[in-house]
Design a protein around this ligand. Sequence first.
Ligand code: GLY
Ligand code: MN
Ligand code: MN
Length: 443
Amino acid sequence: MTDTLDSTLASLYPEHLSILQQRAAEALQRAELDHLVVPAGVLRYQYFDDRDYPFAVNPQFKAWLPVTQAPGSWLVITPGSKPRLIFMQPHDYWHTVPSDPTGYWPSEFEISIIRTPDEALKLLPSNPARCAILGEDNAALGPFVPNNPPAVLDYLEFHRHAKTAYEIAMMREATRIGVIGHRAAEQAFRDGLSEFDIHLAYCAATRQDANDLPYCNIIGLNEHAAVLHYMTRDRQAPTQTRSFLIDAGASYQGYASDITRTYSTQQDEFQALIDAVDRVQLDLCAQVLPGTDYRDIHMNTHTALSQVLRDFDLIRCSPEAALSSRISNAFFPHGVGHPIGLQVHDVAGFHASDRGGRIDRPEGQPYLRMTRTLVENSVVTIEPGLYFIDMLLDELRPTPANSDVNWDRVAAFKPFGGIRIEDNVVATRNGAVNLTREAFAAD
Ligand code: GLY
Ligand code: MN
Ligand code: MN
């Protein structure tokens, strides 16, 4: 962490904490409870084995403080009192013990160090029945069994969608790190390396590996770009490399970035198609504004991409006809994006209000991950794509839409796999702030 970033975070953290405290107080009042109790979580073990999985901290825990490696720790939030952290530092010479709290945040907490999980019991509130305990079942400790009251979760998750200035600074840093990896990966692709070696170049440049990255890197050459979540990574470079799709993010203190770029080796028609999707993507990013219904951005994506398909003579019908016959779903078979923050696919994409309720997806759009209206400081991804996926295209052949598809053109593009371009964008009153483009523009 640079001094400048550290001081920015230090200056923004008190406001972040105060917003979280206000939210916790309101959520507890709604549930008529006294304390918010949040276990960081416990290690999970592989079945029939003594190997633990990488620790994934409870997002409700890391929302409060930049600590992600803290199995066995607990937070206790009581309105009107300083937040309490029960911090587990086991006597353990087999593993790294979580380091002592340092930096800008510990002074905001009453901190108790424990050495064994059970020691938390005497520090947690006296009456578990008065607590909203947020976490997974296996974090239960004695009578402190996670109860996840819906009134509390609905409130906290709904409001977590709007990021604080501190969180946006975290995500800006996660994006900056991811872009360093993307630059290295593009160079590795242009050098003709294999998918596996491009992945290693990405990890080396970001200084992050599988334990750190917010999701498994998607690194596909040629036809592999058509597999939406391709994670196989060939060790051998193909004899001819034509195209490259990379969907890879980075983490910073528990926050994620989620970035996709697509490249062609030549200044060819595939590059022209990438450029056309890029123009569509920028136009969609500009629609990320408070008050915009995210479903509209998704449907606008279908219309704009169908126009691109038509411009490239891949289809011969109007965009409206492509939508109604579901041709556009065959070429663009996922949602335009999702909320992002503490989780890559952040919570509460469908919440109708902070008292619950769900906003359904538009008909025929089963993979859209967000349906709510953007608010100030919503952070979402915008990730349109066009793919040449046999399974989906074959489903069009027996339908009347068959005659609207130019199959010769589809065959010409199929060896390139597909295109996706993904940025992380903040909705603000002054317009859409594109964290990803900002980071690519900086040097
Ligand atoms: N990286 C997964 C996604 O874009 O949603
Ligand atoms: Mn995404
Ligand atoms: Mn992605």
